[in-house]
Design a protein around this ligand. Structure first.
Ligand code: SF4
Length: 357
């Protein structure tokens, strides 16, 4: 605990980051050439995870970055503060599994000092141990990854026996007053037969189930034939519920999901259709990887190294601006389904485990 207190006393050393005055005054470095302002930063805290989901973690694992190449909590804070100084208002912590990082309490404490909405995406296996840390640091929104309500299938897709812990922790998060969204990646012939079960899970539970179209990332053996489209999900829904009971909710600005609710149900459901109905026009997201690389898009094959520049004591703003200005209009340049299906294009990206979704 002493070492943690020593860590918390760390003062933000303005000399660590030389703010190049001319940059910040004149230019909104978070605005891209398509007029999109990027106020939402997703930070991957670690490449490690306590699950082994087949669509995220390649079968033979990933080459982890050496520890010295990973951002320290100070560097996470420094980089995050630069983005906040330029207009970021929302930071989501991801992984791998963010909660397996040993200094997560300090990271939460430091980032909680920034004027942002802080949230987290977790597989919820060990989240029960961090309820107080999350609450103390103002985290109210938790996204939980759960691809099946069937214990056997959960084991099959995660390669771990953790279904009960995850399920009970979702109930615990709701009981503790968190806003909970459950992300389920749909795969044909695996969990598409659970779509209605997932929606009925929201009957007496105020959670939002989000069905995610399976997307291509390095090593996840993606093929469009395995994907369950937005249209297909709505086919299941229209078969199962009376049309008057299916309510289309208003999507929030920059929302990645199309939101619905069954009349009288406490919760809601949504579809994230990056493959068949991308939502890039209103994209406001940037991603920071655990080894300090800036990805201007989930699908970008190129990245910008912020960490090396930070460690050299130089300003990272010009690099951020350059990366944002270089952002494609859609899906890292794979704007058509035909392009997205080209392995030589989508194969250049990282595996999901090292992006953090
Ligand atoms: S695919 Fe890229 S541009 Fe489109 S919404 Fe996702 S991050 Fe934004």
């Amino acid at each position: 605990m002493e070492s943690l207190n020593r860590l918390v006393d760390y003062k933000f050393n303005s000399s660590t980051i030389k703010q190049s005055e001319d940059m910040s005054e004149n230019k909104n470095i978070l605005k891209d050439t398509h007029g999109r302002d990027h106020a939402y930063l997703r930070i991957s805290l670690t490449e490690r995870c306590n699950l082994r989901c087949t669509y995220c973690m390649p079968a033979d694992g990933v080459q982890l970055s050496p520890k010295s190449h990973l951002m320290t909590y100070e560097e996470i804070y420094d980089i995050a503060k630069t983005f906040v100084d330029h207009g970021v208002t929302k930071i989501r912590l991801t992984g791998g599994e963010p909660l397996v990082r040993k200094d997560i309490p300090v990271i939460l404490e430091k980032l909680a000092t920034l004027p942002v909405e802080l949230s987290i995406t977790s597989n919820a296996v060990i989240i029960d141990r961090f309820i107080d840390d999350l609450k103390r640091n103002g985290i109210k929104k938790v996204n939980v990854s759960l691809d099946s309500l069937d214990e056997g299938k959960f084991k099959h897709i995660t390669r771990r026996h953790e279904f009960k812990r995850v399920y009970n922790n979702i109930l615990l998060l709701v009981k503790e007053g968190f806003t909970v969204k459950v992300n389920a990646v749909l795969m044909k012939g695996f969990n598409d037969d659970e779509i209605i079960d997932f929606i009925n899970f929201t009957k007496n539970l105020p959670v939002s189930i989000r069905f995610i179209e399976f997307m291509p990332f390095d090593g996840n053996k993606w093929d469009i034939s395995k994907m369950v489209s937005y249209a297909k999900v709505m086919e299941y829904v229209n078969e199962a519920y009376h049309k008057d009971d299916i309510l289309r909710l208003k999507d929030a600005p920059n929302d990645t999901s199309k939101n619905y609710k069954i009349k009288g149900y406490q919760g809601s459901f949504a579809i994230i259709s990056s493959v068949t109905n991308p939502f890039c026009d209103s994209c406001n997201r940037l991603r920071l990887t655990a080894n300090g690389q800036l990805k201007n898009c989930l699908f970008s094959a190129t990245e910008s190294d912020l960490l090396t520049t930070l460690r050299a004591g130089k300003s990272i703003e010009p690099i951020i601006q350059k990366a944002v200005r270089a952002k494609f209009k859609a899906r890292g340049g794979m704007d058509t389904l035909e392009k997205l299906q080209k392995p030589q294009l989508h194969g250049k990206n990282r595996s999901m485990i090292t992006i953090g979704g």
